[in-house]
Design a protein around this ligand. Structure first.
Ligand SMILES: Nc1ncnc2c1ncn2[C@@H]1O[C@H](COP(=O)(O)OP(=O)(O)O)[C@@H](O)[C@H]1O
Length: 281
């Protein structure tokens, strides 16, 4: 806990990066060796996890990050949600953001770092510790800033064939009352040239949410394709960056949630952790 608080505190000065003085002031916090690969870890005896989820738009980062955050008791912090909250508020930032987001472009590193910094500070005030970041970092600059303020234990890179991603984005729906996410897309990609096929059932909402579903303004075909292009240009170098640090775990999703979730837990060596949690509940 103390360690995470230090991280969050150092982040408040470092993340006010408009002055660009963050690297000189950076407080590096030494971390234990990455505990995620190798022997099964006892998550209850160490500080809370500090994980990052990478992956193209539509891959399911939000779904799996949110499930893991409930399992491990750490906040799931999605910078896309922070951006959408800022968009929903009135004021000049909202106007500035809407133009960028609706074209599928990335918000400036400065704005995103500011939003994340505020979120971390608010979490710190509530006693939160650890995190699963979803949608951050998205540029090398953001990765460097994150590396200046804290140690990331593990970067999970979720993967799906490109053909599936557009359909998955176009099928996304959110209930505007309960906030839960669903997906109405039926995915059935045949295997080809030695690559396995992939099928995913839709994740349909319960009847009470059916009339309250909304689609994100930036989930149109044109904007999704722009986001995928930008992801490939700006975010893929992050894979190499974290791979070279020995922190990257690649995970090819084998299908929808019922097939993928147990396999992901296994890959993270958390399969028996989930069993213990359900037994204790
Ligand atoms: N780390 C970030 N850096 C810059 N822009 C971001 C970042 N995270 C989110 N955004 C902005 O918010 C939008 C929505 O983000 P997100 O919900 O993560 O969508 P996606 O489905 O593209 O992964 C992005 O298209 C981008 O404009």
């Amino acid at each position: 806990m103390a360690r995470v608080l230090r991280v969050a505190r150092s982040s408040s000065s470092l993340f006010s990066f408009g002055s660009r003085s963050y690297s000189a002031e950076a407080t590096h916090v030494s971390s234990p060796p990455p505990p995620f690969l190798g022997a099964r870890r006892d998550v209850t005896k160490e500080r809370n996890v500090q994980w990052v989820f990478l992956g193209c738009p539509g891959v399911g980062k939000g779904t799996y990050a949110s499930r893991l955050s409930s399992l491990l008791g750490v906040p799931h912090i999605a910078t896309g949600d922070l951006v959408r909250d800022a968009l929903a508020s009135s004021g000049p930032l909202s106007q500035q953001l809407s133009e960028i987001v609706n074209q599928g472009k990335l918000v400036s590193d400065e704005i995103i770092v500011n939003l994340l910094s505020k979120r971390l500070e608010a979490g710190e005030a509530k006693g939160e510790s650890g995190f699963i970041l979803d949608g951050f970092p998205r540029t090398m600059r953001q990765a460097e800033i994150l590396g200046d303020v804290t140690d990331i234990d593990l970067v999970v890179n979720l993967k799906l064939p490109e053909e599936v991603l557009v359909d998955k984005c176009l099928g996304r729906r959110t209930c505007n009352q309960c906030g839960k996410g669903f997906n109405i897309a039926h995915i059935n990609l045949k295997g080809e040239n030695g690559k396995p096929g992939i099928s995913m059932d839709p994740l349909l909402p319960p009847p009470q949410c059916m009339s309250k579903l909304i689609t994100r303004a930036d989930d149109t075909e044109e904007v999704v394709k722009a986001r995928l292009r930008i992801y490939n240009e700006t975010s893929q170098p992050l894979e190499e960056y974290y791979r070279s640090k020995g922190k990257l775990m690649e995970f090819d999703l084998p299908g929808g949630i019922p097939e993928s979730w147990p396999r992901l837990l296994e890959a993270l060596r958390l399969d028996d952790y989930e069993e213990k949690q359900s037994a204790a509940a």
